[in-house]
Write a protein that binds this ligand. Structure first.
Ligand code: SF4
Ligand code: SF4
Length: 170
């Protein structure tokens, strides 16, 4: 049977001093995003016109240029738009070279739908990322399971994320 660690999680905190406990017990079952990018290649993000204006402004682009580059031209709208997909993922998703990690190129001003998406050990997409990149599974009771080595690797990775200046979480 694989090793197990019980995760207590909250998106804003993931101290790993013991290597097994992510924060003081939380009730909401949130988990830190480990940036696998699975959610960004499963869904196509809807933008309102207001939001498209905001993001185009943050990018320093006229709205028409932003929409021409980043909106899905197969779904033309005037009040709502879909973000274009590229190579099977959101156009703003980038793979980080040499790591099991992705980056959102517009993280500081990403769409509302993305901000509202909380990672969770119980989300199918996060579980998919855990097995795909880390060889870890989640039990029905919320325990992360895998070999000691894989759990250690994952913990070490989360430590590097914690101290990284790269805030491009997906
Ligand atoms: S978080 Fe960024 S990369 Fe992911 S879907 Fe949203 S905009 Fe795209
Ligand atoms: S699937 Fe979960 S862990 Fe992976 S990028 Fe999305 S929220 Fe983060």
């Amino acid at each position: 049977m694989g090793n197990q660690i019980q995760l207590y999680h909250h998106a804003a905190t993931f101290g790993l001093s013991s290597g097994v406990q992510y924060s003081s017990a939380q009730e909401d079952q949130l988990f830190v995003c480990f940036r696998c990018g699975i959610c960004c290649n499963r869904y196509q993000v809807l933008l309102s016109l207001t939001e498209a204006c905001r993001i185009s402004g943050d990018l320093g682009l006229p709205l028409s240029v932003f929409l021409g580059r980043y909106a899905d031209q197969h779904w033309p709208g005037s009040e709502n738009f879909l973000l274009r997909r590229c190579n099977g993922a959101c156009v703003f998703l980038e793979n980080v070279e040499g790591g099991n990690m992705t980056r959102c190129l517009i993280h500081p001003f990403k769409p509302y739908a993305c901000r509202e998406w909380n990672p969770s050990l119980y989300r199918r997409q996060c579980q998919e990322g855990l097995i795909k990149y880390w060889g870890l599974t989640v039990s029905a009771s919320g325990q992360l399971e895998g070999s000691e080595q894989k759990l250690q690797d994952f913990n070490s990775f989360l430590e590097t994320l914690r101290f990284s200046d790269d805030l491009g979480g997906a």
